[in-house]
Design a protein around this ligand. Structure first.
Ligand code: GDP
Length: 313
C-alpha cells in the first residue's frame, strides 16, 4: 500500500474502521475512499456492485459489521446473522470482481469453540460447539473467513482474515444495554460517580476471563498484515494476557474514580468462561501490541468524557 493506492475502509465510522483510518493516515495514505451507511447500505447487493464498479479500490479493509455485546447478540440473533452475511458477501464478491489487489476481513475471537484450548490457536476453528450467546454472529464471521479462503483457492484472490480479541477504545458504543463490557462499565461508573450513587451493577459472576486489545493496536496490526502477509490462513490478533471481569471492573472503577461498591447481577449471562488467543503466529509475523490495558482504559475514558458525557450534558 503506497501513497496514491486507493484504499476503501468499509465501516469507517465504527470503532475499528475509524482506527484503521487513523492508522492509514499515520502511514501517509491519503487516498482513502469511504461511504457512510446512509450513502451506501452494504447490505444492498446492487448498491455495493455499483460502488465497486465506479471506485475500483485496490485495497479493501472490511471493518463494517453489525456488532454488539452479550445482550445485543442474544436479543437480536436474526439481525446479527443477516446483516453480517449480507455485508461481507456483497463486499468480498464485489471487491474480487472489480479487481481489488487485496482485502482484509475482520473476524472475531468468538468464532472459536466455547471449550477451545486456552490460549486458543488458530487451528481450533470448527473443532467444537460455539458459545450460545453469540453463535449467530460467530457463524456469520466463520462464513466470511471461509468465503475469503474459497475466493483465494478458486480465484487466487488475496484475501486475508484477522481474528481480533475483544476490542475497546475511542469511538466505541457506550449504550448501557447494547455495548460490550468495557464501554458498558465506563458509562455505568461515570454515571454513578456523577450522580453520587453508592453502587454499580456488574453483569454475571465476575469470574469469566477476557483479553482486551486497544483498537489502535488492532488497526496497526491490520495495516502491518495488509503490507506483509499474503495467506488465506487466519491470524489471531490479541495481547496474549487476560483478566477476570471482576479485575477489569475494579480497574475501570479506579480509572473513572468511582468510590462506591460493585454488585454482581447473577441473572445476567457470563457467556464463554475464557477467550484468550494464542498470538504466536502474529508474533512470528513481527507484530506486538503497544498499549497496555490501564493506559488504554484511560485514553478511552478521556474520549468518553469529551465526546459522550460532556456532549450530553
Ligand atoms: P462477550 O465477550 O462476547 O461475552 O461480550 P461482552 O463484552 O458483552 O461481555 C463480557 C463479559 O462481561 C460477560 O461475562 C458479561 O456478563 C460481563 N459484563 C459485566 N458487566 C457488563 C456490562 O455492563 N456490559 C456488558 N456487555 N457485559 C458485562
Amino acid at each position: 500500500m503506497k501513497d496514491g493506492a486507493s484504499v476503501y475502509v468499509a465501516g469507517h465510522r465504527g470503532l475499528v474502521g475509524s482506527a484503521i483510518c487513523r492508522a492509514l493516515a499515520d502511514r501517509g495514505i491519503r487516498s482513502l475512499v469511504t461511504r457512510t451507511s446512509v450513502e451506501l447500505d452494504l447490505r444492498e447487493q446492487a448498491a455495493v456492485e455499483r460502488f465497486f464498479a465506479e471506485q475500483r479500490p485496490e485495497y479493501v479493509f472490511l471493518a463494517a459489521a453489525r456488532v454488539g455485546g452479550i445482550y445485543a447478540n442474544d436479543t437480536y440473533p436474526a439481525d446479527f446473522i443477516r446483516d453480517n452475511l449480507q455485508i461481507q458477501t456483497n463486499v468480498i464478491d464485489a471487491a474480487w470482481r472489480h479487481g481489488a489487489r487485496k482485502l482484509c476481513f475482520l473476524g472475531s475471537s468468538c468464532i472459536y469453540p466455547r471449550m477451545a484450548p486456552q490460549p486458543i490457536p488458530e487451528d481450533s476453528l470448527l473443532t467444537g460447539p460455539l458459545e450460545k450467546t453469540n453463535e449467530w454472529y460467530a457463524i456469520a464471521k466463520i462464513a466470511g473467513i471461509k468465503m475469503c479462503q474459497a475466493y483465494s483457492k478458486q480465484h487466487g484472490f488475496n484475501a486475508i482474515s484477522l481474528m481480533p480479541t475483544n476490542l475497546y477504545g475511542p469511538g466505541d458504543n457506550f449504550d448501557p444495554l447494547g455495548s460490550h463490557v468495557i464501554p458498558g462499565l465506563i458509562g455505568k461508573f461515570h454515571a454513578a460517580k456523577t450522580a453520587g450513587d453508592d453502587a454499580v451493577t456488574v453483569w454475571g459472576t465476575g469470574t469469566p476471563r477476557r483479553e482486551f486489545l486497544y483498537v489502535d493496536d488492532l488497526a496497526d496490526a491490520a495495516c502491518h498484515l495488509m503490507e506483509t502477509y499474503d495467506s488465506p490462513e487466519i491470524v489471531n490478533v490479541g495481547v496474549g494476557e487476560d483478566v477476570t471481569i471482576a479485575e477489569l471492573a475494579d480497574l475501570v472503577r479506579h480509572v473513572v474514580g468511582f468510590e462506591g461498591r460493585l454488585e454482581y447481577d447473577r441473572s445476567k449471562p457470563d457467556g464463554t468462561p475464557r477467550k484468550l488467543l494464542d498470538v504466536s503466529r502474529l508474533k512470528s509475523l513481527g507484530w506486538r501490541p503497544r498499549v497496555g490495558l490501564e493506559d488504554g482504559l484511560r485514553r478511552t475514558y478521556d474520549w468518553y468524557v469529551r465526546h459522550v458525557a460532556d456532549a450530553a450534558a
